[in-house]
Design a protein around this ligand. Structure first.
Ligand SMILES: Nc1ncnc2c1ncn2[C@@H]1O[C@H](COP(=O)(O)OP(=O)(O)O)[C@@H](O)[C@H]1O
Ligand code: SF4
Ligand SMILES: [Mg+2]
Length: 321
């Protein structure tokens, strides 16, 4: 078996708050292979963004990360400055709101070119050529003239395409996409998903795609990590997760997806009653038990990890819920 591109072991993120330590990420582990799409899915507040920022070493100052292992192509990313060197060159990130990453005061071209010269170097003319080429690759016509435009002159969908072009300027091996289509309407969302898949195939890119929407996951994932309250509750191939989900939380998320041809227009979809618990302080037993229809007294005690091969889940139940 070839070594994974990214390996994450027992990753934790803790934030100091006035009312105690918030454990946003509670010891999660997963691998990402070259060229695959790993989706991290869970409701809002489950620690997905903190996970992605921890991987890139871009956490806010109040947050501290720790891990028993965090390697990219064998390099130890917990060592000072290693992630910083890989970031923007071999690993790149795109966000929900491109305006947080694009500077409104500079043209698209200047931003793409400066970032490239900073990370890779070479001549300005070559960087401009590359920027135009990347805009074309993400489906933006009249690339040369677009380079002279400012972010506010573009629609949301175009801005997200520019973000992707910018992220791919340096031919990274890993792209972390944190809710990249959440702010877009469904048609544009579908276009961006297709674009990411096409680019992945062409460039051999590994993608960590983060979303709260399991419907999106079913369209792009090779493997799926389901996060709840800062922890991984289930992991498996896309087929295992969608055909034989085992954790009641995964099953509840699947029940919220409209089924083409089955769900009637306007029908009431399942919603999961209750909310994600506060992540302040320790969690004893299963964090989902207040919302789980199958919970028993024993769920308040430490929960075993079950499964076989690549499919595992954290629940007292041994078989699919
Ligand atoms: N800057 C911050 N300061 C304090 N708590 C934060 C901060 N950012 C996020 N959190 C908390 O960390 C937890 C995980 O958040 P996040 O990773 O953003 O979740 P997700 O991306 O899954 O919605 C949440 O409880 C959230 O309230
Ligand atoms: S451990 Fe218990 S409460 Fe938690 S998901 Fe499984 S059955 Fe539900
Ligand atoms: Mg988030």
């Amino acid at each position: 078996m070839t070594a994974p591109l990214l390996s994450v072991r027992d990753l934790r993120v803790d934030l100091k708050t006035r009312i105690g330590t918030l454990h946003a990420v509670r010891g999660i582990s997963f691998d990402v292979a070259r060229g695959e799409t790993l989706c991290i899915v869970g409701e809002s507040g489950c620690g997905k963004s903190m996970t992605s920022l921890a991987l890139m070493d871009l956490l806010p100052r109040v947050a501290k990360r720790s891990a028993s292992g965090l390697t990219f192509d064998g390099q130890d990313m917990m060592r000072p400055r290693v992630a910083e060197k890989l970031r923007g060159r071999r690993m790149a990130m795109i966000f929900q709101e491109p305006m947080t990453a694009l500077n409104p005061a500079f043209t698209i071209g200047d931003q793409m070119v400066e970032a490239y010269l900073f990370h890779v170097g070479g001549s300005r003319a070559a960087a401009v050529d590359r920027a135009a080429q990347m805009l074309e690759k993400v489906g933006i016509g009249s690339a040369r003239s677009r380079l002279g435009q400012y972010p506010h002159q573009l629609s949301g969908g175009l801005r997200q395409r520019v973000m992707i072009a910018m992220a791919l300027m340096t031919e990274p091996e890993l792209l972390i996409a944190d809710e990249p289509t959440t702010a877009l309407d469904v048609t544009i969302q579908a276009q961006i998903l297709r674009l990411l898949k096409d680019l992945q195939r062409e460039l051999g890119l590994a993608i960590i795609f983060i979303t709260h929407d399991l419907g999106l996951v079913s369209r792009i994932a090779d493997r799926v990590v389901v996060m709840y309250a800062g922890a991984v509750v289930e992991e498996g191939s896309a087929a295992e997760i969608f055909e034989a989900p085992a954790h009641p939380y995964t099953c509840a998320l699947i029940d919220c997806i409209p089924q083409p041809g089955k769900t009637e227009r306007g029908a009431h979809l399942g919603t999961i009653p209750g909310v994600v618990p506060s992540l302040i302080g320790r969690q004893e037993g299963c964090a989902f038990r207040d919302r789980c229809a199958l919970s028993e007294a024993v769920c308040a005690r430490p929960v075993p990890v079950r499964g076989h091969g690549s499919h595992h889940w954290a629940c007292i139940r041994e078989v699919a819920a």
